[in-house]
Write a protein that binds this ligand. Sequence first.
Ligand code: SIN
Length: 285
Amino acid sequence: MEVTPLQAGCGAEIHGVDLNALSDGEAQAIADAHAEYGVVFLRGQRLTPAAQLRAAQRFGAVNVNRFFTPIEEEPRVALVLKEPQHETNIGGGWHTDHSYDNAPAMGSMLYAVEVPSRGGDTLFANMYTAYESLSEGLKETLLGLRAVHSSRHVFGAQGAYHERGRDDRYHNPALATQDAVHPVVIRHPRSGRAALYVNPGFTLRFDGWTELESRPLLEALYRAAARPEHTCRFRWEPGSVAFWDNRATWHCALNDYPGERRRMHRVTLDGPALGAYRTEAPLAA
Ligand code: SIN
């Protein structure tokens, strides 16, 4: 097994591993690379839905996304689909999965079943280097802040994913009721590193601030975090897997393949509640 880090510490390629026959040592090395580089990429895998679930469960308990329609064969595997007639794609803006939950998903494992002839790449941004790149003054300010995250404006009945009417790719808009408050800078539970934890998809405002007051600082942080030097880009092939850490990265699926199908299967994994970077609390597993 070989782990090859990509540019700027964002992402690593894993070679020489079959997710159908993962040894304990390989699973450990993947978990370490996942926490260190934020996302790991594997190619040439052959994963049935049951095999993908088995592989993902080596890294944590499954956390079923309540808004994505599952695949027919397995209710714990979410369908990430764009058909030729669809105009929008799923995850087409920078975000981190489930930050609207009190204990956000640790990781997401996405498997490519069918990909367009060109396009449909996924971008990732490294939230460790995003934080490290800020001025000392701003870092210090952020350490004292918390932010409110929500699913309502995305998955709720009036949310962005439902505004064009019914779309079978999403369900349960009535469950988009909860908001969560997290530190703006978290201590990553496995690596111990400081990571910026706000994202354009789900963060509404700083806790105790209005949305209007929050917007200029949030937008400045988003611009800093999405700078090319913090990002990497993954070109999919059938059988490719990206396994990302939602506490250390953002991701964004490009919607640049009109009239073609892209079909992916996603398994999301549980994580602990997130602690502020500056805390004496012991690291969660
Ligand atoms: C997602 O946001 O989970 C989907 C990412 C992708 O389809 O590349």
